[in-house]
Write a protein that binds this ligand. Structure first.
Ligand SMILES: CC(C)(COP(=O)(O)OP(=O)(O)OC[C@H]1O[C@@H](n2cnc3c(N)ncnc32)[C@H](O)[C@@H]1OP(=O)(O)O)[C@@H](O)C(=O)NCCC(=O)NCCS
Length: 155
């Protein structure tokens, strides 16, 4: 890993999946567990790109299914880092269904806490995050707030 600070843009990640018959549940909608796997992979990729390390998922906050998805839907998953602690990182992941005109409907939102690990699977310090826009500053402050709430719940 490098200790140099990185920007949000440097680890931003977007993936695209087509909903196939094998991804459906008994009600012919996209199975939530499949979507959770896809968004966990995006969160992990963002965290790996930021930290330059192997990472693990420590917790997921506010995982919210806003709308369903169906066979042949194009699923776009976008992840970005919003906050870093010492070894932990918050990654925000948004999921959309994109139609043939390119319009995207928001179907899922989640905040992941990912922890960077060294070669002995121990938490390791991650690069600082350089905030370049007001939106990134706001996202950082909201992540700090979520961290405080999480700590209160853990007491
Ligand atoms: C996440 C894990 C590496 C933390 O290890 P630990 O020995 O508890 O390490 P620490 O207490 O030093 O915590 C390390 C960091 O993780 C954060 N953390 C640990 N547990 C957390 C949780 N449940 N939620 C959010 N953050 C958490 C700490 O706040 C700390 O952040 P910081 O370094 O930025 O201050 C460890 O609990 C683990 O391996 N969990 C299993 C993860 C896993 O297998 N995920 C895949 C599930 S299939």
């Amino acid at each position: 890993m490098t200790n140099e600070a990185k920007t949000v843009a440097q680890s931003r990640t977007e993936t695209v999946h087509l909903v196939r018959p094998m991804h459906l549940n008994g009600a012919n909608r996209l199975f939530g567990g499949i979507l959770m796997q896809w968004i966990d992979e995006v969160a992990g990729t963002v965290a790996k790109r930021h930290s330059g390390c192997n990472v693990t998922t420590a917790s997921v906050d506010d995982l919210t299914f806003l709308h369903g998805a169906y066979q042949n839907d194009m699923i776009v998953i976008r992840g970005k880092i919003t906050w870093v602690g010492t070894s932990s990182m918050e990654v925000c992941v948004d999921t959309y269904v994109e139609n043939l005109s390119g319009q995207r409907d928001h179907i899922n939102h989640a905040h992941f806490i990912m922890v960077a690990l060294d070669g002995h699977d121990k938490p390791v310090r991650v690069p600082r995050l350089t905030l370049q826009t007001q939106d990134e500053q706001l996202a950082w402050e909201q992540a700090e707030h979520r961290r405080q709430l999480r700590k209160q719940k853990q007491r």
